[in-house]
Design a protein around this ligand. Structure first.
Ligand code: CIS
Length: 209
């Protein structure tokens, strides 16, 4: 069984509210994936994402019955810390986590769509750059953009990346991409719903780091 399908996201309900517990369970498997990528530059990204998840989980565990959906969490923080919100707690952590999730979504979709550099078909550079430009670049100052360039140099080749997604199992490329497409069926609407929630609650910030 592939890594992706071991950790599928749940389908969204009709009201598109994301269940906090199910979301935290699904994203909790993400950080360990960075260990398969084989470069220490990914440790920085892993630490950042792990910190986001821990912060959201800590806020959720204060009152799981109250914070059934991610929206419940954000609204509660808005009421409790109106002067600082949305630059606080789980609201800020999820704001950044969703950008990382959008990066992953665009990267996987681009691979699933077969987008490649004709001169270097075993590279994922075009896919990674597309994901970065659409999901993260506008929030990064020059220093963090340099960090991205370093991560890009350390990015695995396409075949190794697909193998890592399959937990090192010897599955064919097409089988792996079929599983990526299946993973995206629930993952993409979940990420979209979180973005829509930030827009609706006016919780999005545009500062750079
Ligand atoms: C394969 C090649 C990948 C290349 C990846 C290049 C990515 C870009 C590299 C940039 C380095 C960014 C390092 C960190 C920067 C942080 O400064 C920045 C801002 O941080 C936030 C904190 O998170 O700052 C806030 C204050 O202003 C807060 O401190 C906040 O923390 S809080 O609030 O919690 O306390 N952070 C970012 O810019 C976010 C960077 C996210 C990068 C995501 C990159 C993901 C790369 C993934 C590649 C592999 C794809 C894997 C695909 C699929 C895996 C499927 C796994 C299945 C399991 C599913 C579970 C989901």
């Amino acid at each position: 069984m592939s890594l992706l399908l071991d950790n599928e996201f749940k389908p969204l309900p009709p009201d598109k509210c994301v269940d906090t517990e199910a979301f935290l369970e699904a994203v909790s498997h993400l950080p360990s994936f960075f260990d398969c990528l084989g470069s220490s530059v990914f440790a920085i990204i892993k630490a950042d994402i792990t910190g986001n998840i821990t912060k959201i989980k800590t806020a959720y565990l204060k009152d799981p019955q109250k914070f059934v959906t991610l929206q419940d969490l954000l609204i509660s923080e808005r009421e409790a810390q109106a002067d600082k919100w949305p630059l606080v707690g789980a609201t800020l952590a999820l704001m950044w986590l969703k950008r990382g999730l959008r990066f992953i979504q665009i990267l996987l979709q681009s691979l699933a769509d077969g987008e490649r550099d004709a001169n270097n078909p075993n590279s994922i550079r075009v896919n990674v750059v597309k994901a970065y430009e659409q999901a993260l670049k506008r929030y990064h100052g020059w220093l963090t953009q340099k960090l991205f360039s370093m991560a890009l140099l350390a990015a695995p080749c396409r075949s190794n990346f697909l193998k890592a997604l399959s937990k090192g199992e010897d599955v064919g490329e097409e089988d792996c991409l079929a599983k990526v497409r299946q993973f995206l069926e629930n993952f993409t609407p979940t990420v979209d719903a979180i973005y829509e929630m930030y827009t609706k609650l006016n919780a999005e910030l545009s500062y750079t780091v």
